[in-house]
Design a binder for this molecule. Structure first.
Ligand SMILES: Nc1ncnc2c1ncn2[C@@H]1O[C@H](COP(=O)(O)OP(=O)(O)OP(=O)(O)O)[C@@H](O)[C@H]1O
Ligand SMILES: [Mg+2]
Length: 455
């Protein structure tokens, strides 16, 4: 609902305007002079000001200048008396949307107010659209797991269901969130991102809900929070599992009621926001450890979307690599670079612990550093270089990937003992000594794992 502020020194005009605007469904406030108007603007989210150009104390033109300087998105419509059309024209030059002459035609008042608000709305949508277009990276991927993710995006985008996106670092969680917004009915409205891990606990409330001027020492002016900024659109709570418990409690309340107060403010604000959250943590483990509220989890996790790590969809690696090659190509470059088939094989085999982000960075680096048109295995190995040695360790661990801890521990223990026995010619006491355990203990393990000890 839009909030209109009527500024006129004549009580009867304030009354009439307030009544008709109110009947049309606007929220209305009124002020009798410029000072009162500026005070109200400071404390209320006004969308449009109906401003009498002829005011006591501070003239209408000065008030207009101040409004335009401080509140860019507040529309101003001038009310002018018969004798001061010149002033009205000047006002329009200074940024007023339009003017209405006295005696007031109520129809004209309503039309102008409606149009002015629509124009502001369009500007806002335009800004939101530019944001999404500029930030919109195409989502690439044709592997089974990726097609499932795309299908989930398609199914859930239209409604307002809350979505929790899970996945390792760099798998594309943010991209998924933006894609959902882009395909939703809210796409013309803002997509607002909050990185919950980056905000100190003391500031999270003011960041999310905004604050009034003077709410705390450093609050020198009023500030709108992310929830307000996202009104009508989507709020993306990134790294949501990194919020402290006290912040979680506050967010839980808003998520339930969509109502909150600015810090230091009394007025309850209501917003219409779709919430998408994401985390790379094991959120179930966070809940078990008491670090994440289960009730908040249930609220946020209406539709879970799991973005698979790149190593579980290796078919996507060539497609992504080609995509990044094309999109990172320097403008004006004549020959498009590519990878030789063998080099591409190397990329497909690599484990990509940093997932798509690592692949993108890699392609960026190699296109700048290598001067081959068809990038070969040599360069790929060289550029994967230091990461490759990390990968060697990772490969050892990858054998245990799908096991629980006790299964992994036992599997390791069995193979470790088998190896050591072989090393010591299957001599139990020498092997036990080398392992630093009692022979009886080693006998126990050998029985447990059914290891054959041949002499
Ligand atoms: N399927 C994809 N197609 C094209 N680009 C992708 C894809 N997935 C990820 N990317 C790119 O990889 C980079 C990392 O993606 P994004 O920031 O969405 O990951 P994330 O899961 O949010 O990572 P983090 O957990 O580190 O925040 C971005 O530059 C993104 O554009
Ligand atoms: Mg992210």
């Amino acid at each position: 609902m839009s909030l209109v502020l009527v500024v006129d020194d004549e009580q009867s005009i304030r009354q009439v305007l307030t009544d008709i605007l109110h009947d049309e469904g606007y929220e209305v406030m009124s002020a009798e002079d410029g000072l009162e108007a500026m005070a109200l603007l400071k404390t209320h989210p006004v969308d449009l000001v109906l401003l009498d150009v002829w005011l006591p104390n501070k003239g209408g033109i000065d008030v207009l200048r101040e409004i335009k300087a401080e509140y860019v998105s507040v529309q101003v419509v001038i009310i002018s008396g018969h004798g001061n059309i010149d002033l009205a024209v000047k006002a329009v030059k200074l940024g007023a949307y339009d003017f209405i002459e006295k005696p007031l035609s109520l129809d004209r008042v309503l039309t102008v107010v409606k149009n002015a608000l629509e124009v502001e709305q369009l500007k806002r949508e335009n800004r939101a659209l530019k944001d999404t277009v500029l930030k919109n990276d195409e989502m690439i991927g044709q592997s089974e797991p990726m097609l499932r993710v795309l299908e989930l995006i398609n199914q859930s985008a239209v409604g307002d269901a809350r979505i929790l996106i899970l996945g390792e670092n760099g798998t594309g969680k943010e991209l998924v969130a933006r894609e959902i917004h882009r395909r939703s009915a809210r796409s013309g409205r803002p997509f607002v991102e909050v990185n919950c891990a980056a905000i100190p606990d003391t500031l999270i409330e003011s960041e999310l809900f905004g604050h009034e001027k003077g709410a705390f020492t450093s609050a020198v002016s009023r500030r709108t929070g992310k929830f307000e900024a996202a009104d009508g659109g989507t709020l993306f709570l990134d790294e949501v599992a990194d919020m402290t418990l006290s912040a979680q409690a506050k967010v839980l309340r808003v998520v339930q009621e969509m109502t909150f107060e600015r810090v230091g403010g009394e007025k309850s604000l209501h917003v219409d926001v779709r919430i998408i959250s994401a985390t790379n943590k094991d959120i179930q483990a966070e809940i078990r450890a008491g670090r994440f509220r289960e009730d908040l989890f249930f609220r946020l996790n209406v539709v879970p979307i799991q973005v698979p790590p790149l190593r579980e969809r290796r078919e996507d690696i060539p497609v992504l690599a080609e995509h990044f090659l094309r999109s990172l190509a320097r403008p004006g470059a004549t020959v498009a670079k590519g990878f030789t088939p063998e080099a591409m094989d190397e990329l497909v085999k690599y484990r990509w612990p940093g997932n798509v982000r690592e692949l993108k960075n890699f392609v960026e680096r190699i296109t700048i550093m290598s001067d081959e048109d068809a990038i070969g295995t040599e360069s790929v190995r060289r550029f994967l270089g230091e990461i490759h040695s990390v990968e060697a360790e990772d490969t050892v661990l990858s054998e245990f990937e799908d096991m629980g801890l006790s299964e992994a521990r036992e599997s390791f223990e069995r193979r470790y003992i088998e190896g050591k026995l072989a090393e010591h010619g299957n001599n139990i006491s020498r092997t036990a000594e080398a392992l630093g355990v009692y022979p009886s203990n080693l006998h126990g393990k050998i029985r447990k794992y059914g290891i054959k000890v041949e002499k």
